[in-house]
Design a binder for this molecule. Structure first.
Ligand code: ADP
Ligand code: MG
Length: 387
């Protein structure tokens, strides 16, 4: 949920991040964005901290275990949390081999931490990648128990904004270093750590949190089969195609059937069973027509309203007309929205999180010619300075 759901619009939203991290972007805010921000402020203030707490994966998973993807939740040790939040440590910890003979000191740090030598220059500081042998072992065991590949999350969010930095350009992880690389590169993860209650109205002190690493069995999910369901006062009022940037013919053609199927699933497995009466639940409809829960998110601005607006959701306006559109639709059927034509498709919402390709190629050493060009440029600069 969290920023992961609220931010990925094609244009930055005026939610200027105020992180203490050097890597965070600062966006120019236009007048239009300021207006949007003001409008959003009006919508804020409805959500309570408790609603956010209830959407933590570890809260809902035990209750809906049979309707969702198999997962394992591991408490996140404080030193791992510190490492993930530390902008100075760019070195990714966690070797692919299981730790075998590392000795831990009292803080759980290894004294045999594998160091990464970035330069032969004696004057350069060597960056050390911290190791967490005990935690790494637990993670590796969990990954194996889940079939060897996992989808990682923190209490609420997955590092979806950082997928491009992974070697496989995916969130599919096979070892702890895959997970650390994604988490350390993700603003969504940082937001879970630093601003979990950002849009909550209650002035009460923030509840204390137990941070966890969620490992979910990797599943090849088809984006066109994912839907976001908006539930208000325990009634399913809206369903939106989740990957709204693309046109999927099958969704347009099977609207009624999809809607009926999700509504049935909702009534049987979710209605009156969640901790709140207002919430947003993401579901997946597989090729057999079976519906699965993917995630729960707070009913509020922190969650992306996709093809609806939060004004519509909160006021209930504009939803009724659509309901009566389809003759086959039942009385209590929710409003259903999908992208209706390929003309309206939009670029991926995650593009704005990517670095320029040249930069990535250089940093990963992918393109040796670019590296040579850069070194030549550097040498020319030095020659110029000396002459
Ligand atoms: N177990 C999984 N395996 C593969 N992909 C997944 C898995 N779980 C979720 N996804 C994909 O990742 C997306 C985001 O997952 P989600 O749990 O909702 O994270 P967030 O709350 O950060 O958006 C989903 O829409 C789905 O496409
Ligand atoms: Mg979510």
């Amino acid at each position: 949920m969290r920023g992961a759901d609220s931010v990925p619009r094609p244009t930055p939203t005026g939610k200027t991040p105020s992180f203490p991290h050097a890597r965070r972007k600062t966006w120019l805010r236009t007048d239009i964005e300021s207006c949007m921000l003001q409008r959003r402020c009006k919508l804020r203030g409805r959500m309570k901290k408790e609603q956010v707490l209830n959407c933590q994966f570890s809260f809902w998973y035990p209750r809906f275990k049979n309707q969702t993807i198999r997962s394992i939740v591991l408490p996140l040790p404080q030193n791992v949390k510190d490492y993930l939040l530390d902008d100075g440590t760019l070195v990714v910890s966690g070797s692919e081999d299981l730790p075998t003979c590392s000795q831990e000191d009292d803080d759980g740090n290894s004294d045999e931490a594998e160091d990464v030598q970035w330069s032969d220059d004696e004057n350069t500081t060597t960056l050390m990648a911290p190791e967490f042998p005990e935690f790494a072992l637990k993670v590796q065991e969990a990954i194996s128990a889940l079939g060897g590949s996992v989808f990682p999350k923190l209490n609420w969010s997955a590092p979806r904004d950082a997928y491009w930095i992974a070697m496989n350009s995916s969130l599919k992880c096979q070892c702890i270093s895959d997970i650390f690389l994604l988490f350390k590169s993700s603003d969504f993860i940082t937001r879970d750590f630093t601003q979990p209650f950002i849009h909550c109205k209650d002035d009460s002190p923030d509840p204390s949190l137990q941070y966890v690493l969620v490992l979910r069995k990797w599943c090849e999910l088809i984006p066109g089969a994912e839907f976001r369901c908006f539930v208000k006062e325990n009634k399913l009022i809206g369903i939106s195609q989740r990957d709204y940037t693309q046109y999927y013919e099958h969704i347009s053609k099977q609207k009624e059937e999809i809607c009926r199927c999700i509504q049935e699933f909702f009534k049987k497995h979710i209605q009156y069973k969640f901790f709140d009466e207002d919430f947003v639940v993401d579901v997946y409809r597989d090729s057999m027509g079976r519906v699965w829960i993917i995630d729960f998110n707070p009913f509020g601005e922190v969650t992306d309203s996709l093809l609806f607006t939060w004004e519509e959701m909160i006021s209930g306006n504009n939803l009724k007309d659509e309901q009566s559109e389809g003759a086959a639709m039942e009385q209590d059927c929710p409003s259903f929205r999908c992208t209706n034509s390929s003309l309206t498709v939009q670029p991926s919402p995650y593009l704005s999180y990517r670095l320029p390709k040249d930069f990535v190629d250089l940093s990963t050493g992918e393109d040796v010619h670019k590296l040579i060009d850069l070194l030549k440029l550097k040498r020319n600069q030095q020659d110029d300075e000396e002459s």
